[in-house]
Design a protein around this ligand. Structure first.
Ligand code: CP
Ligand code: NVA
Length: 318
């Protein structure tokens, strides 16, 4: 079994009992400590048994990766999940969140919440006495960003000074990528169609957290954004909850497909990332999806390792 340095252990311990609602909740040192633990877990160099802990999943939107990776992560930590889908709990019949959060805190050891409004997630955190994790809201997807930067680090060894170009909608995934990237010293360029740029307050927040001189640039030009980039990232044009905008967005996002021509403008060793699910032929071409530059399925796997490390730290198992 691999050991962990005193500094890494101290940063992991500092996360015990806390929430993870935004990529801005952790320092770069805490994130790098999670990367170190996740690497050991992934390589099989470390085993952590939390002893029968229970994670409640409150998901009001669909999920494959996040749901299954949390479930498998808890199983590997010797614990389990309970599915608290609002359709089968009293939440769906109007039981107030403040009562639900306090009752679940008596049964569970942590909650992972996937919902629409960030405010609802924050209300869970306010009323629960156990760690609350953002499993995706309309504003952020911080667990995704942890796995994404870990995947880039696996490819390049270090992160600071690299450039990530995100081509597409200025959405929840883009927001967490900006904040987390800035914290880790990665230059983040967002190229979105006019009217679909990220919220100015999130851009300002990301810039205010930058380390190692990282910068955040927003443009409407995918070609300019990818020149000199080590990673090209994209996500769906219409997120969950925006399905009725799918056809109008398809028109607005013309020219924002990550295809082989766009990829050829990036660094020769650039990697391609996508949080999935993907719409081939829209935000990404089938060729790029299956190309040698794609790390998309490593990225999906890394959700498991990062969330296992996160749960171990929040639940005090390290
Ligand atoms: N990337 C991601 O969060 O996927 P799911 O919606 O399947 O959980
Ligand atoms: N932006 C997408 C991400 C899905 C993982 C959505 O919110 O639907």
């Amino acid at each position: 079994m691999a050991s962990i340095s005193h500094g890494v252990a101290a940063n992991l311990s500092s996360l015990k009992g806390g929430d993870f609602l935004s990529s801005s909740d952790f320092t770069s040192e805490q994130i790098y400590a999670l990367f170190e633990l996740a690497k050991q877990l992934k390589q099989g160099d470390r085993r952590i048994d939390l002893g029968n802990r229970v994670l409640g999943l409150i998901f009001t939107k669909a999920s494959t990766r996040t749901r299954v990776s949390f479930q498998v992560a808890m199983a590997r930590l010797g614990g389990q999940i309970v599915d608290l889908n609002p359709n089968v709990t009293q939440l769906g019949r109007g039981e107030p969140l403040q009562d639900t959060a306090r009752v679940l805190s008596r049964f569970c050891d942590a909650l992972a919440v996937r919902t629409f409004e960030q405010k609802e997630l924050e209300d869970y955190a306010d009323w629960a006495s156990i760690p609350v994790i953002n499993a995706l809201t309309d504003l952020e997807h911080p667990c995704q960003a942890l796995a994404d930067y870990f995947t880039i680090k696996e490819s390049f060894g270090n992160l600071s000074g690299l450039t990530l170009a995100y081509v597409g909608d200025g959405n929840n995934v883009a927001n967490s990528l900006m904040i987390c990237g800035s914290l880790l010293g990665v230059n983040v360029r967002i190229a979105a169609p006019s009217g679909f740029e990220p919220l100015p307050e999130i851009v300002s927040k990301a810039r205010s957290l930058a380390t190692y001189g990282a910068n955040v640039e927003i443009s409407n030009n995918p070609q300019d954004a990818v020149i000199g980039a080590s990673a090209i990232y994209t996500d769906v044009w219409a997120s969950m909850g925006q399905e009725e905008e799918q056809s109008s967005r398809s028109k607005a996002f013309g020219g924002f497909c990550v295809d082989e021509v766009l990829l050829s403008l990036a660094n020769p060793d650039a990697i391609v990332l996508h949080c999935l699910p993907a719409h081939r032929g829209e935000e990404i071409s089938p060729e790029v999806m299956e190309s040698e530059s794609s790390r998309i399925f490593d990225q999906a796997e890394n959700r498991l390792h990062l969330q296992q490390a996160l749960l171990a730290a929040l639940l005090g198992g390290v």
